[in-house]
Write a protein that binds this ligand. Structure first.
Ligand code: GTP
Ligand code: MG
Length: 200
């Protein structure tokens, strides 16, 4: 199957970028992972690639402070972004990476789809909607991935899905399909791999 073939070819760290001028050439299919600090972006990249410590994850919000490029199958990019919202880092530093994050999301020609990660326990927050509005304006198609599914009760799922679907309906750049994932149990990881495989 296409996804298995693609991800079996492996992933590697390419570079960490701190300014738009440091971006690699926009010459291949690229998807990025955006979301609030601590939502599980880096952990999800590790789960997708089957590499436990490819992207650095931690319990401290604000762990990823650069735009990290990973090659997938030597021919595509997976991009791990710094989080938005609260971060344990100095204000000036956070502001710098927030500007970079927004410039990247608005200006990256080869960005095929942004995956916007949302904690399944919290649903879509105002700060997520700000980023979604930015993606609408920039006409970057985005898809919502609900993370940490292992942390919610099955009984709470319908309410979560209703909240998320209601909010997404207002965003023209949003795909309506949601992917519920857990990097702990592996739930949804194959679905997300298959989605990425359709984009290459
Ligand atoms: P920043 O780089 O700070 O923006 O955070 P991030 O979005 O990259 O989050 P990261 O991957 O570092 O994960 C944050 C914390 O959430 C870590 O302690 C992870 O182990 C935990 N975590 C991530 N995904 C899951 C999940 O699916 N389930 C559970 N239970 N914990 C998770
Ligand atoms: Mg991170």
């Amino acid at each position: 199957e296409a996804a298995t073939r693609l991800f079996r070819q492996g992933a590697d760290f390419l570079k960490g970028v701190v300014a738009m001028s440091g971006l690699p050439p926009a010459d291949r299919m690229e998807v990025c992972f955006a979301g609030r600090s601590n939502v599980g972006k880096s952990t999800l990249i590790n789960a997708l690639t089957g590499r436990r410590a490819l992207a650095r994850a931690s319990n401290t919000p604000g762990r990823t402070q650069e735009i990290n490029f990973f090659t997938l199958a030597d021919s595509h990019y997976l991009v791990d972004l710094p989080g938005y919202g609260f971060a344990k880092a100095p204000v000036a530093v956070v502001e710098k990476w927030q500007r970079l994050l927004k410039a990247y999301l608005q200006g990256r020609q080869s960005l095929r789809r942004a995956f916007v990660l949302v904690d399944a326990r919290h649903g879509i927050k105002p700060v997520d909607e700000e980023i979604m509005a930015l993606l609408d304006t920039a006409a970057v198609p985005f898809q919502t991935v609900l993370t940490k599914a292992d942390k919610i009760k099955a009984a709470d799922e319908p309410k979560l899905l209703a909240q998320v679907r209601g909010k997404l309906a207002k965003h023209p750049a949003a795909f309506p399909e949601l992917i519920l994932t857990s990097s702990e149990t592996g739930a949804g990881i194959d679905t997300l791999r298959a989605t990425i495989a359709t984009l290459v």
